[in-house]
Design a protein around this ligand. Structure first.
Ligand code: BGP
Length: 457
């Protein structure tokens, strides 16, 4: 019997390029996701769940589900294709936000979720300092146009995963040096966007949305504990210390130096980062990490955004023999890890937390009578929500919980067949069928959870 706060934001999440489709409509510029080769045997992002054309129907379902909040992302490529304001793109999100509000659903937008405009990518993407200004200009347009109705803004989705699994997420194959210079530009861009937001008195809150995972030492050896601290500093705190304290984490900086990837930081950058920080922390959680002290000399790049990686001389990713794993990609399933993670974040920063992603990607089957019996997803979410409740009892301040995903959409690199939604979309990777919407068992279950404000789960 867990107690959740009265105005707890029970939500669900999506991201623009994974759900919208309409990839070249109404003035939209292609993003890095549109111009790259799809992963083998997976669909491209041209149609996705066609949310762009079905958003009213989808919001009707969100209302029925009882959502208090909808976490989605805004496509930079619709709002400012080739650097110019596009009124048709603005209209789409205006309509979407208004429709949500009319249905008593809080809009919780992310400014940037893995879909950099192709024209900026061609000019070097984030490694080009000019992208900072392009981002800030874009953010100002968003705040001016939608700021009167949005209370919670997230800046950048999983900046840390863009860095560590960039190859999977946007085809980035650059050196560590270039990647961390780009990362630094993103941190500065985020700080500048927060400055614009705070100075503009738009009346809401703004924060980052990294992927945070607690890191366990493989054994009780002190060396393994130190390795866990190093990974956590590099994977987690580098990004949150910058967003919340406006500084670089010292242990992460040591690794950057060892990798010869220390970014060039101007005095002005330091000042901007220090003076402009987050109001709350949004974070995505799928699994925990486990590491040992790195005894070999090999760096290993993350194979996808939730997988571990290794840095020679600092830490080496290991399997955790105490945890079961997901069918897709073998990600560990660790609900208690969510409680550990939430407590660690709150302990360090004392800011309210919003979970913006957590969920189970699995192939679903529709039975002949049109039902989807996804008990496995219910089990996963139930176990994690229970731990959110326990974290609240521990004293962590939580704004809400937005599992991934509101409706089925395209996975970052495993296509449409890896489904996460409460709503089944009738299409396959290579057959668009009729794109009709169907409530899964998890929909009916989550509806009860929201209705009872988590009590009884
Ligand atoms: C996060 C991303 C999401 C989403 C999710 C699930 O890293 O922010 O965009 O895709 O992971 O991952 P996947 O789609 O690879 O299963």
């Amino acid at each position: 019997m867990r107690q959740f706060p009265k105005n707890f934001l029970w939500g669900a999440s999506t991201s623009a390029y994974q759900v919208e489709g309409a990839w070249n409509e109404d003035g939209k510029e292609p993003s890095v996701q549109d111009i790259r080769e799809p992963f083998p045997n997976t669909t491209d992002f041209k149609v996705a769940a066609d949310h762009y054309h079905h958003y009213k129907e989808d919001i009707k379902l969100f209302k029925e589900l009882g959502l208090k909040g909808y976490r989605f992302s805004i496509a930079w490529t619709r709002i400012m294709p080739y650097g110019k304001i596009n009124e048709q793109g603005i209209k789409f999100y205006d309509d979407l936000i208004n429709e949500l509000i009319e249905n008593d659903i809080e809009p919780v937008p992310t400014v940037f979720h893995f879909d950099l405009p192709a024209s900026l990518h061609e000019k070097g993407g984030w490694s080009n300092r000019e992208t900072i200004d392009a981002f800030v200009t874009y953010c100002k347009v968003l705040f001016d146009r939608f700021g009167d109705r949005v209370k919670y803004w997230q800046t950048i989705n999983e900046q840390n995963m863009l860095v560590f699994a960039g190859k999977v997420l946007d085809g980035n194959q650059a050196s560590w040096k270039t990647i961390f210079q780009g990362n630094h530009h993103m941190l500065v861009a985020q700080a500048k966007a927060m400055k614009v937001y705070h100075e503009g008195n738009y009346g809401g809150k703004i924060g980052p949305a990294p992927n945070i995972a607690c890191v366990y030492p493989k054994s009780e050896k002190p060396e393994d504990m130190l390795a866990a601290e190093y990974m956590s500093a590099f994977r987690n705190w580098l990004f949150l210390d910058a967003a919340v304290y406006g500084v670089y984490n010292h242990m992460a900086m040591k690794i950057l130096k060892a990798l010869d990837a220390e970014p060039e930081i101007t005095e002005e950058d330091r000042k901007i980062m220090k003076e402009n920080t987050a109001d709350f922390i949004a974070f995505n959680y799928y699994n925990s990490m486990t590491v040992s002290a790195a005894e070999d000399n090999t760096d290993a790049q993350s194979k996808d955004q939730q997988s571990g990686f290794s840095i020679a001389g600092f830490f080496k990713s290991e399997t955790n023999d105490h945890l079961k794993t997901t069918e897709f990609a073998n990600w560990p399933i660790d609900p208690i890890g969510l409680r550990v993670t939430a407590n660690q974040i709150y302990d360090r920063y004392r800011l309210p937390l919003l979970i913006t992603e957590n969920g189970l990607g699995q192939e679903d089957t529709m039975t002949e009578d049109g039902k989807i019996h996804d008990q496995y997803r219910i089990d996963y979410l139930k176990a994690h929500i229970e731990q959110v409740g326990l974290s609240i009892e521990d004293g962590v301040e939580f704004l809400g919980y937005c599992p991934w995903s509101a409706i089925d959409l395209i996975s970052t690199h495993e296509g449409f067949r890896k489904r996460y939604g409460f709503v089944y979309i009738n299409r396959d990777d290579f057959d668009l069928k009729d794109l009709s919407r169907h409530k899964k068992d998890s929909f009916l279950w989550y509806q009860q959870v929201i209705n009872n404000n988590g009590i009884g789960l």
